[in-house]
Design a protein around this ligand. Structure first.
Ligand code: NAD
Length: 402
């Protein structure tokens, strides 16, 4: 791009380790941050020999550990107090999260609550966290959310109709250790939902709002948005996920396939941690609240209709996405085929065909459109402005099946 338009910004952890076996580095990494850790462990892990080995490794380097595993999926707010209390009792100097996005998000939120107090509601939205929290070492066991590198935590608050997000650079974990071998045990529904979540992060950040290069740093409001750097990450992430996800579903023990998906999820997290996500994520919140389907499933059902809505504003990006799925020819022809190719791919790997199929009632589409728009941080990041009418069109199309 011309120099005047060239912008490359990335928000990321201090350190990212990726690769089969990297979990063994945890003790040496953790030793830099103190000698007392609270370990938030996903409940599926606690009886596994790998987890026992991880704890032994931490003890070997002189780190006292307390394990807390009362972790519920989708992070309900009523679970926070007990987790903070456990971290206080452990006099924790750091939080180690080993698990899916729910466990890692819990660690990120507790790190803030330990340093700055509650209630959690004061941090909802963007840039509300006043400063750094406890160091967080994130060790994902799913390949999807990218939470190990993002400035975001997502919670379920019974006082709100949809899920709520906290976004702040202070939420970015200090270190991410991504070991694809930890995802070998994921059951198919988790592999599918988290893999499609990762694909949607890549696609939504790749096609998000592009910021003008005239911005800069304004206090702590680090200027963020889609840029050359997030584009590289996002398109490579799409390729990597498409390379591995179908194989990971049909051959769950294929470490290379698992690594490809996890690498794509990591790149997706890095991309959307700076560029943000958009309409598919905004509209999934009300869909998830009503249907209780995993986040990645709802996003997958919505994604093709969102891509159709956004295609006029992002022809080059849509064409590049279509080429990953095998399209050839002119930019125009490739761009036009992108939503169909993604829809066909998602159907093939097992994403339901419509909102109707996942039980979303027709008479709540208007409500969902309003809720999607209310997620301002996401809806304002959509490349085609998301109007009420536009949101309703996307939902109506996704409801009958793309
Ligand atoms: P999850 O953490 O909710 O876990 C889903 C289920 O999979 C749980 O029952 C868990 O015990 C199990 N599980 C996890 N790893 C496993 C493994 N290796 N083997 C067997 N079972 C395993 O799922 P997730 O998709 O990783 O996270 C979803 C949460 O993350 C949602 O709350 C979502 O809103 C949030 N999220 C956060 C961000 C972010 O940037 N912070 C981004 C996207 C989504």
């Amino acid at each position: 791009p011309p120099a005047s338009d060239f912008l490359a910004i990335l928000r990321a952890p201090h350190e990212v380790l990726f690769g089969a076996g990297q979990r063994l580095a945890l003790p040496w990494v953790a030793a830099r941050y103190g000698s007392r850790a609270i370990v938030f462990a996903d409940p599926f892990l606690t009886s596994s020999p790998e987890f026992t080995a991880a704890l032994a490794g931490l003890e070997d380097v002189g780190i006292a550990t307390h394990v807390y595993s009362e972790i519920l999926p989708e992070l309900p707010t009523h679970t926070l107090d007990a987790a903070v209390e456990a971290a206080r009792r452990a006099d924790a100097e750091m939080i180690i999260a080993i698990g899916g996005g729910s466990s890692i998000d819990l660690a990120k939120v507790v790190a803030v609550l330990m340093a700055h107090g509650g209630p959690i509601q004061r941090y909802y939205g963007e840039f509300k966290v006043p400063g750094p929290g406890l160091p967080v070492i994130a060790v994902p066991t799913t390949a999807g959310t990218g939470s190990e590198v993002t400035p975001v935590a997502v919670l379920t608050d019974p006082d709100k109709e949809s899920k709520v997000g906290i976004s702040s650079p202070y939420l970015i974990p200090t270190v991410a250790i991504c070991d694809p071998e930890l995802t070998l045990s994921c059951p198919p529904v988790v592999t599918l939902a988290s893999g499609v979540d990762a694909l949607s992060h890549c696609i939504e950040s790749y096609t998000a709002v592009r910021r003008a290069s005239t911005g800069g740093l304004a206090g702590e409001r680090v200027f963020v948005g889609k840029s050359a750097l997030t584009d590289e990450l996002a398109i490579t992430g799409i390729r990597s996920i498409v390379d591995g996800l179908e194989r990971a579903l049909t051959h769950p023990q294929d470490v290379e396939a698992r690594a490809a998906v996890m690498y794509g999820a990591l790149l997706g997290g890095l991309a959307f941690g700076t560029a943000g996500t958009a309409a598919a994520h905004a509209l999934q919140y009300p869909v998830g609240a009503v249907t209780h389907t995993p986040h990645g499933i709802g996003v997958g059902v919505l994604l093709p209709a969102v891509m159709t809505y956004n295609a006029p504003a992002r022809p080059a990006e849509m064409a590049a996405i279509a080429r990953v799925f095998g399209a050839e020819g002119s930019q125009e022809a490739c761009a036009a085929s992108a939503p169909h190719l993604v829809a066909g791919y998602l159907a093939r790997i097992g994403i339901p065909a419509s909102l109707a199929e996942i039980g979303f009632p027709l008479d709540r589409l208007n409500w969902a459109a309003g809720q999607g728009l209310a997620a301002v941080r996401l809806s304002e990041n959509n490349p085609v402005p998301l109007t009420l009418d536009g949101a309703l069109r996307i939902l109506t199309s996704a409801h009958s099946g793309y």
